[in-house]
Ligand binder design. Structure first.
Ligand code: UD1
Length: 429
């Protein structure tokens, strides 16, 4: 299994190109199941999760062609996928494929909407809490689906097609909103999704669905209204920038010091996280090309932060902020409200010398003067990258073991960081 070796202590200086968002790419690829025409997705990141989803879609009969680079393309620019679900050959998504990635469960919505049936294994993915699918099932039932759960599979049927309905989520759920939206676009009549998640990736998918001929309004608000249509067409859509990758590198620069332009990204995608960084004393400057982040020698100020659905501080940046606050000049508090078990990075950060105390959903982080390199183990996607950024600021060598989690969500991480002066290398075994 690959490992990453980091020798900390270098400042980061230069430019980091930000990739297309993983959390938009996955549902966009899944949305291709809604049409027999070709969906062309640009700015697709090279990630293990994308490859895994290609396999899952392939099992349903989807053809994916990856376009070659064109002259003038930046080496860093993402790939273009031509995805064609002309014929769906199988409406079952088996355990072996779905168990490795939670988002693959979402195929249930387009399969049901287009084919009238779907049988999908209960999902797996990062071990960060129970992550049930009750609200996804509730949403499908509101649109007229009959659901059975049998042998670890969710079996959904709508032999006469789905019909519009009122879906009110009792809590904000990204997965629930994606599933509701993808089912509603082909349902007969009007669907209203209340308390919808407002994450930018939902808006990106809704924009793409509209390009495909859907009629979704209220994009960016917590009330989405969908007028169902009978058929969707192909479209061309560029995936929006990855706000979690953006925030992660921003925190890395805040941690090590230096001056980095995060290219091809937009501040409004992660304003709450940028505001927190500014409170720590880090300079954050939006530019025409992206976001410039700099810190030169000044002490990091501690902050108190609670994770929340968008536009709040994202849970996917919680571990990275905790790494950063472990070097603050004082005590910080971070409260996790989205996932109950998302603190697996705490004991690994402690190996590097961080002082963190957990009490229920709140972590108290007493800043230390310095972190020191050590062998650590990556336990989930965002936790893994928090160890990488802590290691960049730690004295000496850190070996991050089990890095396959990183490959699920961060494109060319070692290359992007080493170009900015970090000493980081992958050791393949
Ligand atoms: C998505 C993101 C993930 C991010 C999370 C929260 C993708 C591929 N993943 O995950 O990176 O951390 O949003 O921003 O986009 N819940 C239920 N019942 C359900 C569904 C969810 O109780 O049926 C709960 C979950 O356990 C969790 C909360 O709702 O406590 C939020 O989950 P959700 O927003 O659905 O997260 P994901 O879509 O899984």
């Amino acid at each position: 299994m690959d490992r990453i070796r980091i020798v900390g202590g270098q400042r980061l200086n230069g430019t980091i190109p930000i990739s297309g968002a993983k959390n938009a790419t996955l549902p966009l690829m899944i949305a291709s199941l809604l049409t027999a025409d070709t969906l062309v997705l640009e700015n697709v990141p090279r990630l293990a999760d994308v490859i895994q989803l290609q396999r899952i879609l392939g099992n349903h009969g989807v053809d994916i062609m990856i376009a070659g680079k064109r002259p003038g393309d930046e080496p860093a620019s993402g790939r273009t996928l031509h995805i064609s679900a002309k014929t769906i050959v199988d409406t079952t998504a088996p355990y072996e494929l779905v168990s490795t990635m939670r988002a693959s469960f979402w195929v249930i919505a387009p399969l049901l909407a287009r084919m009238g049936e779907a049988k999908v294994s209960m999902p797996g993915g990062c071990a960060i809490g129970t992550r049930p699918v009750d609200l996804l099932i509730m949403a499908l039932e509101k649109l007229g689906a009959e659901i059975e759960i049998e042998g670890g599979y969710v079996i959904a049927r709508a032999p006469h097609g789905l019909r519009g309905g009122e879906i009110k989520f009792p809590k904000v759920t990204v997965s629930g909103t994606h599933v509701a939206l993808m089912a509603a676009v082909l349902a007969r009549g009007t669907t209203v999704i209340d308390n919808a998640a407002r994450e930018p990736e939902i808006g990106d998918v809704a924009d793409c669905l509209n390009k495909m001929g859907a009629n979704v309004s209220g994009i960016g608000t917590s009330r989405l209204v969908v007028e169902g249509v009978t058929k969707l067409n192909g479209a061309r859509h560029a995936v929006l920038p990855d706000r979690i990758e953006t925030g992660t590198y921003a925190m890395a620069v805040a941690m090590t010091g230096g001056d980095v332009l995060l290219q091809n990204t937009r501040p409004e995608l992660l304003q709450s996280a940028l505001d927190v960084l500014a409170r720590t004393g880090t300079t954050v400057t939006p530019t025409n090309e992206g976001i410039r982040v700099a810190r030169n020698g000044s002490a990091l100020k501690p902050v108190d932060v609670t994770t929340a659905p968008f536009p709040g501080f994202p849970t996917d940046l919680q571990a990275q902020l905790m790494a950063l606050m472990s070097l603050a000049d004082g005590t910080s508090h971070i409260t996790e409200t989205i996932f109950e078990n998302r603190f697996m990075h705490v004991q690994e950060l402690a190996r590097l010398g961080a002082h963190i105390h957990l009490d229920g959903e709140t972590a108290t982080i007493e800043g230390v003067k310095r972190l020191k390199g050590a062998p650590v183990m990556a336990t989930d996607l965002r936790a893994s990258v928090s160890l990488v950024i802590a290691a960049l600021a730690a004295e000496g060598e850190t070996m991050v073991n089990r890095v396959y989690h990183l490959d699920r969500g961060f494109e060319r991480l070692e290359e992007k960081l080493s170009r900015c002066g970090a000493t980081i290398e992958r050791i393949s075994s």
